[in-house]
Write a protein that binds this ligand. Structure first.
Ligand code: DUC
Ligand code: ZN
Ligand code: ZN
Ligand code: ZN
Length: 484
Protein backbone atom coordinates (compact mmCIF):
# COMPACT_ATOMS: atom_id res chain seq x y z
CA UNK A 1 0.00 0.00 0.00
CA UNK A 2 1.67 3.22 -1.16
CA UNK A 3 0.62 6.82 -0.65
CA UNK A 4 1.67 9.73 -2.82
CA UNK A 5 1.45 13.38 -1.82
CA UNK A 6 0.95 15.30 -5.07
CA UNK A 7 0.78 18.88 -6.34
CA UNK A 8 2.54 20.42 -3.36
CA UNK A 9 5.74 22.40 -2.82
CA UNK A 10 8.35 20.74 -0.63
CA UNK A 11 9.86 23.11 1.93
CA UNK A 12 12.90 21.90 3.83
CA UNK A 13 15.45 23.73 5.96
CA UNK A 14 17.42 24.63 2.85
CA UNK A 15 15.29 24.09 -0.28
CA UNK A 16 11.89 24.98 -1.73
CA UNK A 17 10.87 22.94 -4.80
CA UNK A 18 8.01 21.14 -6.47
CA UNK A 19 7.87 17.34 -6.30
CA UNK A 20 5.67 14.45 -5.27
CA UNK A 21 6.49 12.35 -2.20
CA UNK A 22 5.84 8.60 -2.18
CA UNK A 23 5.42 6.70 1.07
CA UNK A 24 5.43 3.00 1.95
CA UNK A 25 5.81 1.16 5.27
CA UNK A 26 6.10 4.42 7.18
CA UNK A 27 9.05 5.74 5.17
CA UNK A 28 9.61 8.09 2.27
CA UNK A 29 10.55 5.82 -0.66
CA UNK A 30 10.67 8.25 -3.58
CA UNK A 31 10.67 11.99 -4.31
CA UNK A 32 10.12 13.16 -7.88
CA UNK A 33 7.74 14.23 -10.62
CA UNK A 34 4.55 12.40 -11.63
CA UNK A 35 4.72 9.61 -9.07
CA UNK A 36 1.83 7.14 -8.83
CA UNK A 37 0.56 5.15 -5.87
CA UNK A 38 -2.43 3.41 -4.30
CA UNK A 39 -3.67 6.49 -2.45
CA UNK A 40 -3.29 10.09 -3.56
CA UNK A 41 -3.07 12.95 -1.05
CA UNK A 42 -3.72 16.27 -2.74
CA UNK A 43 -1.40 19.04 -1.58
CA UNK A 44 -2.45 21.66 -4.14
CA UNK A 45 -1.69 25.13 -2.79
CA UNK A 46 0.16 23.62 0.18
CA UNK A 47 3.69 23.11 1.45
CA UNK A 48 5.04 19.67 2.29
CA UNK A 49 7.33 19.96 5.30
CA UNK A 50 9.00 17.63 7.80
CA UNK A 51 6.74 17.15 10.82
CA UNK A 52 7.51 19.38 13.77
CA UNK A 53 9.68 18.07 16.59
CA UNK A 54 9.08 19.54 20.03
CA UNK A 55 12.35 19.05 21.91
CA UNK A 56 10.90 20.07 25.27
CA UNK A 57 7.72 18.68 26.85
CA UNK A 58 6.64 17.63 30.34
CA UNK A 59 3.78 15.15 29.96
CA UNK A 60 2.18 13.82 33.16
CA UNK A 61 5.12 15.15 35.11
CA UNK A 62 5.08 15.08 38.92
CA UNK A 63 5.87 18.68 39.84
CA UNK A 64 5.16 21.19 42.63
CA UNK A 65 2.85 18.83 44.50
CA UNK A 66 0.78 17.77 41.50
CA UNK A 67 1.10 16.30 37.98
CA UNK A 68 0.94 18.17 34.70
CA UNK A 69 -2.47 17.36 33.25
CA UNK A 70 -1.65 16.56 29.63
CA UNK A 71 -0.32 13.03 29.51
CA UNK A 72 1.12 11.13 26.56
CA UNK A 73 -2.42 10.50 25.25
CA UNK A 74 -3.78 14.06 25.23
CA UNK A 75 -0.35 15.65 24.79
CA UNK A 76 0.66 13.77 21.65
CA UNK A 77 -2.85 14.15 20.24
CA UNK A 78 -2.45 17.91 20.70
CA UNK A 79 0.99 17.70 19.10
CA UNK A 80 -0.33 15.98 16.00
CA UNK A 81 -3.28 18.35 15.74
CA UNK A 82 -0.79 21.18 15.33
CA UNK A 83 1.66 19.42 12.99
CA UNK A 84 4.17 18.14 15.55
CA UNK A 85 5.04 14.49 14.90
CA UNK A 86 7.65 13.89 17.59
CA UNK A 87 8.06 15.07 21.16
CA UNK A 88 11.07 14.78 23.43
CA UNK A 89 9.92 14.51 27.03
CA UNK A 90 11.93 14.86 30.23
CA UNK A 91 12.29 11.71 32.32
CA UNK A 92 12.51 13.10 35.84
CA UNK A 93 13.95 10.93 38.63
CA UNK A 94 13.24 12.29 42.10
CA UNK A 95 16.45 13.27 43.93
CA UNK A 96 17.93 9.97 45.17
CA UNK A 97 15.96 7.86 42.70
CA UNK A 98 17.60 5.51 40.19
CA UNK A 99 17.62 6.88 36.64
CA UNK A 100 16.74 3.42 35.34
CA UNK A 101 13.73 3.16 37.66
CA UNK A 102 12.49 6.55 36.53
CA UNK A 103 12.91 5.47 32.93
CA UNK A 104 10.61 2.49 33.52
CA UNK A 105 7.91 4.89 34.71
CA UNK A 106 8.33 7.02 31.56
CA UNK A 107 8.33 3.91 29.36
CA UNK A 108 4.96 2.92 30.82
CA UNK A 109 3.42 6.37 30.50
CA UNK A 110 4.56 6.78 26.90
CA UNK A 111 2.76 3.62 25.74
CA UNK A 112 -0.24 5.91 25.11
CA UNK A 113 1.63 8.14 22.66
CA UNK A 114 0.07 8.64 19.24
CA UNK A 115 3.23 10.18 17.74
CA UNK A 116 6.87 9.18 18.07
CA UNK A 117 8.79 10.35 21.10
CA UNK A 118 12.15 10.30 22.76
CA UNK A 119 13.41 11.19 26.23
CA UNK A 120 15.94 13.45 27.87
CA UNK A 121 17.11 12.17 31.26
CA UNK A 122 17.18 14.70 34.10
CA UNK A 123 20.08 14.72 36.56
CA UNK A 124 18.45 15.87 39.81
CA UNK A 125 21.12 14.56 42.20
CA UNK A 126 24.69 13.33 42.00
CA UNK A 127 26.47 10.19 43.18
CA UNK A 128 28.26 7.07 42.01
CA UNK A 129 24.98 5.45 41.04
CA UNK A 130 24.11 8.35 38.75
CA UNK A 131 27.61 8.29 37.26
CA UNK A 132 27.25 4.57 36.49
CA UNK A 133 23.67 4.72 35.24
CA UNK A 134 24.44 7.56 32.83
CA UNK A 135 26.56 5.10 30.85
CA UNK A 136 23.74 2.56 30.65
CA UNK A 137 21.25 5.29 29.71
CA UNK A 138 23.51 6.48 26.89
CA UNK A 139 24.85 3.20 25.60
CA UNK A 140 21.84 0.92 26.05
CA UNK A 141 18.72 3.07 26.36
CA UNK A 142 19.02 5.39 23.36
CA UNK A 143 19.14 8.62 25.37
CA UNK A 144 22.01 10.98 24.62
CA UNK A 145 20.84 14.12 26.44
CA UNK A 146 20.91 14.93 30.17
CA UNK A 147 19.01 17.85 31.68
CA UNK A 148 20.16 19.92 34.66
CA UNK A 149 18.12 22.41 36.67
CA UNK A 150 19.94 25.41 38.10
CA UNK A 151 16.60 26.55 39.56
CA UNK A 152 14.08 24.90 41.93
CA UNK A 153 16.31 25.04 45.00
CA UNK A 154 15.61 22.27 47.47
CA UNK A 155 13.86 20.19 44.83
CA UNK A 156 15.42 19.62 41.41
CA UNK A 157 18.35 22.05 41.54
CA UNK A 158 21.93 20.81 41.23
CA UNK A 159 24.94 22.76 42.50
CA UNK A 160 27.96 23.75 40.44
CA UNK A 161 30.12 20.84 41.65
CA UNK A 162 27.41 18.41 40.61
CA UNK A 163 26.94 20.27 37.35
CA UNK A 164 30.64 20.07 36.53
CA UNK A 165 30.78 16.34 37.38
CA UNK A 166 27.76 15.56 35.27
CA UNK A 167 28.93 17.68 32.32
CA UNK A 168 32.28 15.86 32.44
CA UNK A 169 30.46 12.54 32.41
CA UNK A 170 28.39 13.70 29.41
CA UNK A 171 31.59 14.60 27.59
CA UNK A 172 33.08 11.16 28.26
CA UNK A 173 29.94 9.47 26.97
CA UNK A 174 29.41 11.67 23.90
CA UNK A 175 26.16 12.94 25.38
CA UNK A 176 24.89 16.52 25.31
CA UNK A 177 23.97 18.24 28.57
CA UNK A 178 20.89 20.46 28.69
CA UNK A 179 20.42 23.20 31.23
CA UNK A 180 17.49 25.09 32.75
CA UNK A 181 19.50 28.21 33.42
CA UNK A 182 18.12 30.37 36.24
CA UNK A 183 19.99 31.08 39.47
CA UNK A 184 17.95 29.13 42.03
CA UNK A 185 19.69 30.63 45.08
CA UNK A 186 18.89 34.20 44.08
CA UNK A 187 15.31 33.27 43.10
CA UNK A 188 14.78 31.76 46.56
CA UNK A 189 16.02 34.99 48.20
CA UNK A 190 13.90 37.25 45.98
CA UNK A 191 10.83 35.06 46.52
CA UNK A 192 11.16 35.22 50.30
CA UNK A 193 11.67 39.00 50.11
CA UNK A 194 8.60 39.52 47.89
CA UNK A 195 6.33 37.36 50.04
CA UNK A 196 7.54 39.11 53.18
CA UNK A 197 6.63 42.45 51.60
CA UNK A 198 3.15 41.16 50.87
CA UNK A 199 3.63 40.66 47.13
CA UNK A 200 1.78 37.37 46.88
CA UNK A 201 0.08 37.69 43.46
CA UNK A 202 1.19 36.09 40.16
CA UNK A 203 3.17 39.20 39.19
CA UNK A 204 5.48 38.32 42.10
CA UNK A 205 6.55 35.30 40.07
CA UNK A 206 7.93 37.58 37.35
CA UNK A 207 9.61 39.89 39.88
CA UNK A 208 11.27 36.89 41.53
CA UNK A 209 12.90 35.77 38.27
CA UNK A 210 14.42 38.83 36.56
CA UNK A 211 16.46 38.42 33.39
CA UNK A 212 19.70 38.70 35.38
CA UNK A 213 19.11 35.35 37.09
CA UNK A 214 18.83 33.77 33.66
CA UNK A 215 21.78 35.63 32.14
CA UNK A 216 24.04 34.73 35.05
CA UNK A 217 23.08 31.05 35.06
CA UNK A 218 23.35 30.73 31.29
CA UNK A 219 26.82 32.20 31.28
CA UNK A 220 27.85 30.04 34.25
CA UNK A 221 26.59 26.85 32.61
CA UNK A 222 28.38 27.71 29.37
CA UNK A 223 31.67 28.28 31.18
CA UNK A 224 31.31 25.08 33.22
CA UNK A 225 30.46 23.08 30.07
CA UNK A 226 33.54 24.54 28.40
CA UNK A 227 35.76 23.47 31.30
CA UNK A 228 34.18 20.01 31.21
CA UNK A 229 34.72 19.73 27.46
CA UNK A 230 31.02 19.29 26.76
CA UNK A 231 28.69 21.01 24.31
CA UNK A 232 25.62 22.65 25.87
CA UNK A 233 21.95 23.00 24.96
CA UNK A 234 20.23 25.82 26.85
CA UNK A 235 16.49 25.24 27.18
CA UNK A 236 13.88 28.02 27.14
CA UNK A 237 16.17 30.96 26.40
CA UNK A 238 13.89 33.87 27.15
CA UNK A 239 15.95 37.05 27.35
CA UNK A 240 18.73 39.10 25.79
CA UNK A 241 21.17 38.42 28.66
CA UNK A 242 20.97 34.66 28.07
CA UNK A 243 20.99 35.11 24.30
CA UNK A 244 24.05 37.34 24.62
CA UNK A 245 25.93 34.63 26.54
CA UNK A 246 25.01 32.08 23.86
CA UNK A 247 26.03 34.42 21.02
CA UNK A 248 29.37 35.09 22.67
CA UNK A 249 29.98 31.37 23.18
CA UNK A 250 29.19 30.64 19.55
CA UNK A 251 31.56 33.38 18.40
CA UNK A 252 34.26 31.72 20.46
CA UNK A 253 33.69 28.43 18.67
CA UNK A 254 31.83 26.70 21.50
CA UNK A 255 29.06 24.27 20.63
CA UNK A 256 26.22 25.95 22.47
CA UNK A 257 22.60 26.04 21.33
CA UNK A 258 19.68 28.15 22.53
CA UNK A 259 16.00 27.24 22.47
CA UNK A 260 13.40 30.00 22.71
CA UNK A 261 9.80 28.98 23.39
CA UNK A 262 6.95 30.11 21.17
CA UNK A 263 5.31 31.55 24.30
CA UNK A 264 8.28 33.86 24.98
CA UNK A 265 8.36 34.99 21.36
CA UNK A 266 4.72 36.04 21.36
CA UNK A 267 3.45 36.71 24.90
CA UNK A 268 4.89 39.38 27.17
CA UNK A 269 5.14 40.19 30.87
CA UNK A 270 2.00 42.36 30.87
CA UNK A 271 0.08 39.06 31.14
CA UNK A 272 1.11 38.86 34.82
CA UNK A 273 -0.53 42.21 35.61
CA UNK A 274 -3.95 41.17 34.33
CA UNK A 275 -6.75 42.07 36.78
CA UNK A 276 -8.03 38.48 36.68
CA UNK A 277 -5.92 36.30 39.03
CA UNK A 278 -6.67 33.15 37.00
CA UNK A 279 -5.58 34.80 33.75
CA UNK A 280 -2.21 35.76 35.24
CA UNK A 281 -1.65 32.49 37.13
CA UNK A 282 -2.36 30.40 34.04
CA UNK A 283 0.63 32.08 32.43
CA UNK A 284 3.04 31.48 35.30
CA UNK A 285 5.97 29.53 33.97
CA UNK A 286 9.73 29.63 34.38
CA UNK A 287 11.37 31.61 33.01
CA UNK A 288 8.50 34.13 32.98
CA UNK A 289 7.39 36.10 29.93
CA UNK A 290 9.56 39.15 29.19
CA UNK A 291 9.15 42.55 27.55
CA UNK A 292 9.19 43.44 23.83
CA UNK A 293 12.93 44.15 23.71
CA UNK A 294 13.67 40.61 24.81
CA UNK A 295 11.20 39.26 22.29
CA UNK A 296 12.95 41.20 19.52
CA UNK A 297 16.26 39.72 20.64
CA UNK A 298 14.86 36.18 20.40
CA UNK A 299 13.40 36.75 16.93
CA UNK A 300 16.71 38.20 15.78
CA UNK A 301 18.47 35.12 17.13
CA UNK A 302 16.26 32.81 15.11
CA UNK A 303 16.85 34.81 11.93
CA UNK A 304 20.61 35.05 12.43
CA UNK A 305 21.08 31.50 13.64
CA UNK A 306 22.41 32.34 17.10
CA UNK A 307 19.29 30.61 18.49
CA UNK A 308 18.57 27.21 17.01
CA UNK A 309 15.23 25.68 18.01
CA UNK A 310 11.70 26.71 18.99
CA UNK A 311 10.04 24.55 21.67
CA UNK A 312 7.04 24.79 24.00
CA UNK A 313 8.14 23.40 27.41
CA UNK A 314 4.55 22.07 27.32
CA UNK A 315 3.65 21.55 30.97
CA UNK A 316 -0.09 22.05 31.23
CA UNK A 317 -1.93 22.61 34.50
CA UNK A 318 -5.66 23.26 34.90
CA UNK A 319 -7.02 26.44 36.49
CA UNK A 320 -7.87 24.36 39.56
CA UNK A 321 -4.23 23.28 39.85
CA UNK A 322 -3.03 26.87 39.35
CA UNK A 323 -5.20 27.89 42.30
CA UNK A 324 -2.90 25.97 44.67
CA UNK A 325 -1.01 29.27 44.58
CA UNK A 326 -3.84 31.59 45.68
CA UNK A 327 -2.23 33.81 48.30
CA UNK A 328 1.33 32.66 47.49
CA UNK A 329 2.67 32.91 43.92
CA UNK A 330 5.50 30.51 44.71
CA UNK A 331 2.96 27.68 44.98
CA UNK A 332 1.42 28.23 41.53
CA UNK A 333 2.47 25.19 39.48
CA UNK A 334 4.93 26.50 36.87
CA UNK A 335 4.05 25.70 33.30
CA UNK A 336 2.04 26.53 30.19
CA UNK A 337 0.76 24.59 27.20
CA UNK A 338 1.54 25.17 23.54
CA UNK A 339 2.10 21.83 21.79
CA UNK A 340 -0.86 22.28 19.48
CA UNK A 341 -0.16 25.92 18.75
CA UNK A 342 3.62 26.08 18.28
CA UNK A 343 3.64 25.72 14.51
CA UNK A 344 0.58 27.81 13.60
CA UNK A 345 1.59 30.61 16.00
CA UNK A 346 5.23 30.65 14.87
CA UNK A 347 4.16 30.63 11.21
CA UNK A 348 1.68 33.45 11.76
CA UNK A 349 3.95 35.65 13.90
CA UNK A 350 7.20 34.68 12.18
CA UNK A 351 6.78 33.66 8.54
CA UNK A 352 3.74 35.80 7.73
CA UNK A 353 5.42 38.88 9.18
CA UNK A 354 8.75 38.25 7.41
CA UNK A 355 10.70 37.79 10.65
CA UNK A 356 11.81 34.33 9.52
CA UNK A 357 11.65 32.53 6.18
CA UNK A 358 9.74 29.31 5.52
CA UNK A 359 13.03 27.44 5.41
CA UNK A 360 14.11 28.92 8.74
CA UNK A 361 10.71 27.89 10.10
CA UNK A 362 11.42 24.26 9.15
CA UNK A 363 14.95 24.51 10.55
CA UNK A 364 13.91 25.80 13.98
CA UNK A 365 10.82 23.61 14.41
CA UNK A 366 12.29 20.37 13.10
CA UNK A 367 15.58 19.96 11.24
CA UNK A 368 17.96 21.74 13.64
CA UNK A 369 16.39 19.84 16.52
CA UNK A 370 16.83 16.46 14.81
CA UNK A 371 20.47 17.30 14.07
CA UNK A 372 21.34 18.52 17.56
CA UNK A 373 19.55 15.63 19.27
CA UNK A 374 21.07 13.15 16.80
CA UNK A 375 18.03 11.63 15.12
CA UNK A 376 18.57 13.24 11.69
CA UNK A 377 17.72 12.25 8.95
CA UNK A 378 15.36 9.63 10.39
CA UNK A 379 13.47 12.70 11.62
CA UNK A 380 13.51 16.33 10.54
CA UNK A 381 13.97 15.63 6.82
CA UNK A 382 12.12 15.09 3.57
CA UNK A 383 14.56 12.57 2.11
CA UNK A 384 14.28 9.07 0.71
CA UNK A 385 14.66 6.74 3.69
CA UNK A 386 13.43 9.25 6.28
CA UNK A 387 10.38 8.44 8.40
CA UNK A 388 7.21 9.68 6.69
CA UNK A 389 6.54 12.25 9.43
CA UNK A 390 5.13 14.95 7.19
CA UNK A 391 2.85 17.97 7.26
CA UNK A 392 0.85 19.21 4.33
CA UNK A 393 0.63 22.84 5.36
CA UNK A 394 -2.10 25.12 4.06
CA UNK A 395 -0.86 28.74 4.27
CA UNK A 396 -4.38 30.02 3.58
CA UNK A 397 -6.21 28.10 6.30
CA UNK A 398 -7.07 30.16 9.35
CA UNK A 399 -8.69 29.88 12.75
CA UNK A 400 -8.96 31.68 16.05
CA UNK A 401 -7.30 29.76 18.87
CA UNK A 402 -9.75 28.76 21.58
CA UNK A 403 -9.55 26.38 24.52
CA UNK A 404 -12.93 24.95 23.53
CA UNK A 405 -11.54 23.54 20.30
CA UNK A 406 -8.18 22.28 21.56
CA UNK A 407 -6.97 18.70 22.01
CA UNK A 408 -5.09 19.56 25.21
CA UNK A 409 -6.92 18.41 28.34
CA UNK A 410 -6.74 21.74 30.19
CA UNK A 411 -9.51 24.33 30.43
CA UNK A 412 -7.79 27.38 28.89
CA UNK A 413 -5.20 28.30 26.28
CA UNK A 414 -2.55 30.98 26.77
CA UNK A 415 -2.92 31.90 23.07
CA UNK A 416 -6.72 32.27 23.36
CA UNK A 417 -8.07 34.70 20.77
CA UNK A 418 -4.99 34.77 18.53
CA UNK A 419 -5.89 34.48 14.83
CA UNK A 420 -3.57 32.10 13.02
CA UNK A 421 -3.12 31.97 9.25
CA UNK A 422 -1.38 28.72 8.26
CA UNK A 423 -2.51 25.31 9.52
CA UNK A 424 -1.88 21.66 8.74
CA UNK A 425 -4.31 20.13 6.25
CA UNK A 426 -2.78 16.67 6.63
CA UNK A 427 -0.35 15.31 9.21
CA UNK A 428 1.32 11.95 8.71
CA UNK A 429 3.11 10.11 11.47
CA UNK A 430 5.26 7.34 9.96
CA UNK A 431 2.82 7.26 7.06
CA UNK A 432 -0.32 7.08 9.20
CA UNK A 433 -2.77 9.92 8.49
CA UNK A 434 -3.25 11.47 11.95
CA UNK A 435 -4.84 14.69 10.70
CA UNK A 436 -7.04 14.34 7.64
CA UNK A 437 -8.31 17.58 6.10
CA UNK A 438 -7.96 19.18 9.51
CA UNK A 439 -9.78 16.36 11.37
CA UNK A 440 -7.73 14.63 14.10
CA UNK A 441 -7.50 10.86 13.73
CA UNK A 442 -4.61 10.28 16.11
CA UNK A 443 -4.24 6.63 17.10
CA UNK A 444 -3.29 6.07 20.73
CA UNK A 445 -0.31 3.72 21.00
CA UNK A 446 0.92 4.36 17.45
CA UNK A 447 3.91 6.32 18.71
CA UNK A 448 7.28 4.61 19.00
CA UNK A 449 10.38 5.46 21.00
CA UNK A 450 13.12 7.08 18.92
CA UNK A 451 16.52 5.88 20.13
CA UNK A 452 19.26 8.51 19.83
CA UNK A 453 22.84 7.34 19.95
CA UNK A 454 25.66 9.14 21.66
CA UNK A 455 27.26 11.65 19.37
CA UNK A 456 30.95 11.71 20.06
CA UNK A 457 31.54 13.92 17.04
CA UNK A 458 30.01 16.94 18.77
CA UNK A 459 32.65 16.69 21.43
CA UNK A 460 35.76 17.51 19.47
CA UNK A 461 36.82 19.67 22.40
CA UNK A 462 37.06 16.64 24.60
CA UNK A 463 40.33 15.23 23.35
CA UNK A 464 42.00 18.54 24.10
CA UNK A 465 40.59 18.77 27.60
CA UNK A 466 40.92 15.25 28.90
CA UNK A 467 44.26 16.03 30.46
CA UNK A 468 43.77 19.04 32.70
CA UNK A 469 47.51 19.64 32.81
CA UNK A 470 47.82 19.93 29.02
CA UNK A 471 48.49 23.39 27.63
CA UNK A 472 45.26 25.28 27.06
CA UNK A 473 44.42 25.14 23.34
CA UNK A 474 44.35 28.81 22.35
CA UNK A 475 42.68 28.16 19.00
CA UNK A 476 39.58 26.89 20.78
CA UNK A 477 38.46 30.44 21.31
CA UNK A 478 37.88 30.76 17.57
CA UNK A 479 40.16 33.77 17.49
CA UNK A 480 43.53 32.81 15.98
CA UNK A 481 46.41 33.46 18.33
CA UNK A 482 48.68 36.18 16.96
CA UNK A 483 52.40 35.70 16.41
CA UNK A 484 52.21 31.91 16.69
N1 DUC B 1 9.40 25.50 33.83
C1 DUC B 1 8.09 25.46 33.78
O1 DUC B 1 7.49 26.51 33.62
N2 DUC B 1 7.48 24.28 33.91
C2 DUC B 1 8.13 23.05 33.99
C3 DUC B 1 9.52 23.13 34.38
C4 DUC B 1 10.15 24.43 34.09
O2 DUC B 1 11.34 24.53 34.12
ZN1 ZN C 1 3.39 11.02 41.21
ZN1 ZN D 1 12.93 24.41 32.63
ZN1 ZN E 1 10.89 22.34 30.91
Amino acid sequence: MTKVIKNGTIVTADLTYQADVKIADGKIIEIGADLSGDEIIDAAGCYIMPGGIDPHTHLEMPFMGTHSTDDFASGTRAALAGGTTMVVDFCLPAPGESLLDALKVWDNKSAQASCDYSFHMAITWWGEQVFDEMKIITEEKGINTFKHFLAYKGALMVNDDELYSSFKRCAELGATPLVHAENGDVIAELTAQLLEQGNTGPEGHAYSRPTQVEGEATNRAIMIADMAGAPLYVVHTSCEEAHEAIRRAKMQGKRVWGEPLVQHLVLDESEYFHEDWDHAARRVMSPPFRNKQHQDSLWAGLASGTLSCVATDHCAFTTEQKRFGLGDFSKIPNGTGGLEDRLPVLWTKGVNTGRITMNEFVAVTSTNIAKILNCYPQKGAVLVGSDADLIVWDPNASKTITADAQASAIDYNVFEGIEVLGLPRYVLTRGYMAVDKGVIKAKEGHGEFVARDANASVNTALSKWKDLTAPRPVERSGIPATGV
